[in-house]
Design a protein around this ligand. Structure first.
Ligand SMILES: Nc1ncnc2c1ncn2[C@@H]1O[C@H](COP(=O)(O)OP(=O)(O)O)[C@@H](O)[C@H]1O
Ligand SMILES: [Mg+2]
Length: 341
């Protein structure tokens, strides 16, 4: 089943299908924040060497504190930003430095669900036009086919009856309904990959779960891969297959949800877990320890492991000197910590 009138389109010169939709190899995105004539270039290392893969039909959650580089990572993955270094593969094809013209196919295959459903949809358009627009831009179908695709997409996001919602304007809809429209729009071109950057953080708590459930269902129905970016471990747990933990521009741990959250290997992951509020009042005192100190500056991050100044087990002469490599300590479960075992 597809929501779109369009058949899946392979990138030009696609080789044998790769098991991974997305692959990052030591990917970096640095911003030059040097100002003024004589200051030269000052790099802000928002993404500083991230290696990961997202398999077909899989959801990877990237979790980290605000400012850890999550949004920059997501925007680089869908090539809204050009990597500074490293490699970015889509379906096995190197797109690290492809031009906007070469990336036309990616603009269909990779979609984004925005954080803010209020500013992401054109308030002057009825829902029908908002959803039809991507098809018009990519010259897909005739008017009748596009209309059919719009109705199908509205049904996929449970805006029923679709005719009722098609004629509404965004201001007539609730936040949750608007986010469903944004999700439907992302489905119009039959994508293989969706970036969802904090897709529920601006919604009322009461509708968050239903939107995440919908995304999970869409992932299964259409076999779409998701990169789900969030600062909230609790939602990552329910919505993903794997979790990557990001700290100061780097991935510190990555693996299956059950492994990462059930038996975390990195001291930072352990600290994050202890900061999750526990619904059981009996446990509340012990789970809210939090983490002392502040995340480091990305302009002059600590030497060695970026986490060492806040780490309860850091060893002088090792953690403050040497960058930890990602090591696979359990099947498919990797950690960048000298001392994890
Ligand atoms: N266009 C930009 N120019 C300069 N710095 C940026 C730009 N975008 C993001 N940053 C910086 O990169 C760092 C990571 O930001 P971001 O990726 O938004 O993190 P997160 O999504 O985890 O909160 C922050 O220090 C932010 O100020
Ligand atoms: Mg962000």
């Amino acid at each position: 089943m597809t929501a779109s009138v369009v058949d899946p389109q392979l990138p030009p010169e696609a080789g044998p299908p790769s098991p991974n939709v997305i692959e990052l190899d030591a990917l970096k995105k640095w911003f030059d924040i040097g100002r003024g004539l004589f200051r030269g270039s000052i790099p802000l290392k928002a993404v500083d060497g991230v290696t990961l893969a997202i398999a077909r039909g899989e959801t990877l959650a990237v979790v980290g504190e605000s400012g850890s580089g999550k949004t920059t990572l997501g925007r680089t993955v869908i090539r809204l930003l050009e990597p500074t270094d490293g490699r970015l593969l889509y379906d096995g094809q190197d797109i690290t430095h492809q031009s906007e013209k070469e990336l036309m196919w990616l603009r269909r295959k990779a979609q984004m669900i925005p954080q803010d459903p209020y500013s992401s949809v054109n308030p002057a358009f009825p829902v029908y036009r908002i959803l039809e627009e991507p098809l018009v831009i990519h010259k897909e179908g005739d008017r009748a086919q596009r209309g059919e695709a719009v109705m199908k997409a509205l049904q996929s996001v449970k805006l029923n009856p679709p005719e009722f919602f098609a004629n509404k304007y965004p201001h007539m809809l609730s936040g949750g309904q608007r986010q469903r429209v944004a999700i439907a729009r992302a489905l119009m071109l039959n994508p293989a990959f969706i970036l969802a950057d904090e897709p529920v953080s601006m919604l009322d708590a009461s509708v968050r779960i239903s939107i995440l459930r919908l995304l999970r269902q869409i992932q299964h129905t259409f076999g779409i891969s998701f990169l789900y970016i969030t600062h909230d471990l609790a939602t990552a747990k329910h919505f993903s297959d794997r979790i990557g933990i990001m700290y100061a521009g780097r991935l510190v741990e990555e693996g299956p949800v059950g492994g990462v959250l059930g038996e975390p290997l990195h001291p930072y992951t352990k600290a994050l877990m202890s900061a999750i509020p526990d619904p059981d009042p009996a446990n509340r005192l012990t789970v809210r320890q939090g983490l002392p100190g502040e995340p480091p500056s990305l302009i002059s991050p600590p030497t060695g492991c970026h986490f060492h100044p806040r780490c309860p087990i850091a060893q002088a002469g090792l953690c403050d000197v040497q960058d930890p490599e990602m090591r696979e300590l359990r099947p498919n479960h990797r950690v960048a910590c000298h001392l994890a075992s």
